[in-house]
Design a protein around this ligand. Structure first.
Ligand code: FES
Length: 178
């Protein structure tokens, strides 16, 4: 157990808030982390970031997954020295949802990014209207509530931050409110 963080060393291998370091979370790291799942409580942050509303285009590079209902894409929005990393879900033809990208369980990314190992990408559970993290299967309803019944490998995780988001199909743009 780390004195600084109170986190088991096996969890520290892939805990990072930096997208760039996600590429370092290789399959080996992922497997190391998977070996110490089934831990109660949360180790990640659930903090919300407070920046001005921002509009983005679904035509932007990297957001191709949002062309399909059920797709999840990573989006980083910045304002001055503030930034927020989001997992955007195309929950319906006319509907987007915005979750914090970093999972409250171990601060690993939910949306697929460069370096996310195959099989560790988050998924949208359409019937349950919940997003499920690909790392240890923690699931969160559209309002951010952690769902124990949909989370086979974790228990007692904090809720995830969600943001208001609108979708304009005419312009193919989304606007996130903070
Ligand atoms: S990081 Fe473990 S469930 Fe998301």
């Amino acid at each position: 157990m780390s004195e600084k963080t109170g986190i088991p060393p096996c969890m520290l291998v892939a805990m990072t808030r930096r997208r760039a370091l996600m590429s370092a979370a290789t399959a080996a790291g992922a497997l190391g982390l998977a070996a110490c799942v089934d831990l109660p409580g949360e180790f990640g942050s659930v903090e919300r970031v407070d920046i001005a509303p921002q509009t983005f285009s679904l035509d932007d590079e990297g957001l191709e997954a949002l062309a399909t209902v059920g797709g999840i894409a990573y989006l980083k929005l910045e304002e001055g020295d503030q930034s927020v990393e989001l997992a955007i879900v195309r929950a319906g033809e006319d509907e987007l949802l915005a979750f914090n990208h970093l999972c409250p369980h171990a601060n690993l990314g939910i949306a697929p990014v460069d370096g996310t190992p195959d099989g560790f990408e988050g998924v949208w559970l359409a019937d349950e209207r919940a997003i499920q993290c690909g790392w240890h299967k923690s699931a969160f309803k559209e309002d951010g509530t952690y769902v124990d019944d949909l989370s086979p490998e974790t228990t007692g995780i904090a809720n995830i931050a969600v943001y208001d988001i609108t979708f304009d199909r005419d312009t193919n743009t989304g606007t996130v409110a903070f």
